[in-house]
Design a protein around this ligand. Structure first.
Ligand code: FAD
Length: 291
């Protein structure tokens, strides 16, 4: 089939949606209702994350298999190096292939203490995502995406080092990247420029997370190294005490960011759905995107 790079660049713009493995029956229902609501928008792919510490390994396989078998969508299964030997990683890849899943998001993952904690590789395992990219692309049945960080990975020494890391993942065979959430279009533009300066034409999809709960996003931002800019905080905080208009402002801000990114040449938008369709559909409405 066509490469994801070709698929992403084929249309005017690519849309994709990220889900996480549900933890219980109610979560399972919520996930599938979001999948069904978003399916008519014909995304380039939908991705399913891999739980911290590999806890949800079985669920990622199961959910991506069902997407492959029961929907028209192209599933992409995430995989991390956390707690796995090379042999285990190969086994999980066997499971993905048997499930009809041939697209893998290759990540390092985080130690228990989060992305800022010191990373100790598992005995017989991998140290960097680029090694996982090599392992996966060595098997011709898979195509691979990787993570990128517009505001720098929290344990990386510099933006330039990050661009070197992303270029190395592209040279190892990654076909595209998805970014961590961020709120300033210029941070994305800077990342793309640094990567292009290194002679790498990897498509980079911006990861979009609308702010529906300011406190939660700030907490998560602190952990992963994403700053919520003052002007964004001010616009949200102006609606304090009015949850409906606060939500509307979060959606409006996300739609503005999406438009700025597409105007700046982003090849598409990747939505962190949190297994719900409502916010993404509200953003689509503002962007005039129809099924
Ligand atoms: P790497 O590319 O290996 O980078 C990790 C660190 O090592 C960085 O600081 C980098 O600068 C440094 N580094 C890399 N290579 C070198 C080198 N050769 N020499 C020196 N330093 C180097 N986590 C999950 O657990 N499950 C998921 O499903 C998941 N999905 C994600 C999806 C996206 C789109 C993003 C952006 C993140 C996701 N994460 C997920 C989180 C991710 O695992 C963490 O951000 C992790 O800290 C970094 O992963 P990475 O793949 O970028 O690692």
């Amino acid at each position: 089939g066509r490469s994801l790079k070709e698929l992403i660049e084929a249309g005017e713009q690519s849309f994709s949606f990220e889900f996480f493995p549900p933890k219980d029956e109610a979560g399972e229902e919520q996930l599938w209702s979001a999948v069904r609501a978003l399916e008519p928008y014909a995304p380039t792919f939908v991705s399913v994350t891999y739980g911290a510490g590999g806890s949800s390994r079985g669920t990622t396989v199961r959910v991506t298999r069902r997407i492959a078998q029961e929907t028209s969508l192209l599933p992409m299964a995430h995989l991390t190096c956390v707690g796995h030997t090379r042999a285990e990683l190969e086994e999980i890849l066997d499971e993905y292939a048997a499930a009809g899943v041939h697209h893998v998001m290759a990540l390092r993952g985080d130690p228990e203490g989060g992305p800022r904690a010191e990373w100790t590789p598992t005995d017989g395992g991998l140290t960097y995502a680029s090694e996982l990219v090599e392992m996966v692309t060595a098997r011709e049945e898979f195509r691979v995406g990787v993570a990128a960080f517009p505001e720098k990975h929290p344990s990386s020494p510099s933006l330039d080092h990050d661009a070197d890391v992303l270029a190395a993942k592209a040279r190892a065979g990654a076909e595209f990247a998805v970014t961590q959430m961020f709120f300033r279009a210029e941070d994305y533009v800077g990342l793309v420029e640094r990567v292009r300066e290194r002679g790498v034409d990897l498509p980079i999809l911006p990861g979009i997370m609308p702010i529906l709960n300011l406190a939660a996003i700030r907490r998560q931002g602190e952990l992963i190294g994403t700053e919520v800019p003052t002007e964004v905080v001010d616009r949200i905080a102006a609606h304090d005490g009015d949850p409906v208009s606060m939500r509307a402002e979060g959606i409006a801000l996300a739609a503005e960011l999406c438009r700025d990114l597409l105007d700046a040449g982003a090849p598409g938008l990747h939505f962190y759905t949190l297994n719900r369709s409502k916010a993404t559909l509200e953003i689509f409405e503002k962007l005039d995107v129809r099924p």
